[in-house]
Design a protein around this ligand. Structure first.
Ligand code: CA
Ligand code: CA
Ligand code: CA
Length: 340
């Protein structure tokens, strides 16, 4: 959806669309279930349970099994609490520790209830991790990555035991066990991008647009007073060092404006350079941006509105003022002219 706008004239608003470089998509962490090489997931509990090579020590009625709340894949090792019968449940595996190897895994549980029944990880019988006393655990039932230093065990073939013991604790979860130099991490959130939706428009003056064929890609950033769930139009603006612009937008919806630092961001976490939602439906919103840096930047003016799915026609009065010398990056004469 590439839109071409009416515009009255001169300078400054540059839209190229091709200007923003697309970064290569990050590759998700390789996950090879039961793959023994370092750097790969050692055990994600996605297959048979217990996994090949693991041994179980069952004492209580409730013990380690396969759960469906995995942070990696779908499955995990899960143990339900037992308020009646004491538990002392162990799942164990052996591993030969090479120099630099540590043990990594993810866990989730409740430290409040861990005073009753706790997860510990033992290496050759030594407690090397204690969930109850892990001061960095972020909060109840949050998946959290743990690293256990195995330096003391280099060169040894060790037995690693995940032990859950006590009475009337809380459910505990373990997933993504790795031996090596780097633990498993979730793939990064997908990028949100409007780089392909930029409006072809060059100049200053008054622009007319309609957001009703747009999308809602910008909604809640740290700079916002309100959640702007309306549909959007996007303008790329070239701003030389010292340059400044002001955009005044009158929207038939309850308008809102953003100036963002990029047109693509992981999980839509755009850099908010300016924001405005100060007036109600039909009244103009005003936003300004000044490039205080020493180099030309490209920023993104987003015409948005308040209200889920809201949209409307608008007029945009764009005023730019220069400073600085235009670069040769953009071969549009009008753009150069503005900043001479
Ligand atoms: Ca898993
Ligand atoms: Ca929006
Ligand atoms: Ca408004």
């Amino acid at each position: 959806m590439r839109k071409v706008l009416l515009f009255t004239a001169l300078i400054c608003l540059v839209a190229t669309g091709a200007m923003a470089e697309k970064l290569p998509a990050k590759k998700a962490t390789t996950t090879a279930y039961n793959y023994p090489d370092k750097g790969y997931l050692f055990e994600g509990f996605e297959g048979a349970f217990p996994p090949a090579g693991w041994t179980m020590t069952v004492v209580g009625a409730s013990t380690w099994g396969q759960g469906t709340s995995g942070i990696e894949g779908v499955s995990e090792a899960h143990i339900a609490y037992d308020a009646v019968t004491p538990q002392d449940e162990t799942m164990a595996v052996t591993y030969t520790v090479d120099p630099g190897d540590d043990l990594f895994f993810w866990t989730m549980g409740s430290q409040y209830w861990a005073t009753n029944a706790n997860l510990t990880v033992l290496v050759n019988g030594n407690v090397e991790y204690d969930f109850l006393n892990d001061l960095t655990y972020p909060g109840a039932f949050t998946w959290y990555p743990v690293q256990v230093d195995l330096a003391a065990y280099e060169g040894m073939t060790v037995t690693v035991e995940f032990n859950y013991a006590g009475l009337d604790g809380a459910d505990q979860h373990v997933d993504a066990v790795v031996f090596g130099t780097e633990g498993w991490m979730p793939p990064p959130p997908p990028d949100v991008t409007f780089c392909d939706f930029l409006i072809d428009a060059t100049g200053t003056g008054t622009f007319y647009g309609d957001t009703c064929d747009g999308e809602n890609l910008v909604e809640a950033l740290g700079c916002a007073t309100y959640s702007e769930a309306g549909l959007e139009d996007y303008y790329e603006v070239r701003v030389p060092a010292g340059g400044t612009f002001t955009a005044t937008v009158t929207n038939t919806a309850d308008g809102a404006l953003w100036v963002l630092g990029e047109c693509m961001a992981p999980a839509g976490d755009f850099t908010c350079l300016a924001y405005a939602d100060d007036t109600l439906t039909g009244d103009p919103e005003v936003i300004s941006y000044t490039n205080g840096g020493s180099e030309t930047v490209y920023v993104y003016l987003v015409v948005d509105s308040w209200g889920t799915g809201s949209c409307g026609t608008y007029d945009l009065v764009f005023e730019g003022a220069g400073g600085a010398v235009a670069t040769d990056e953009v071969s549009i004469d009008a753009v150069k002219a503005l900043y001479r």
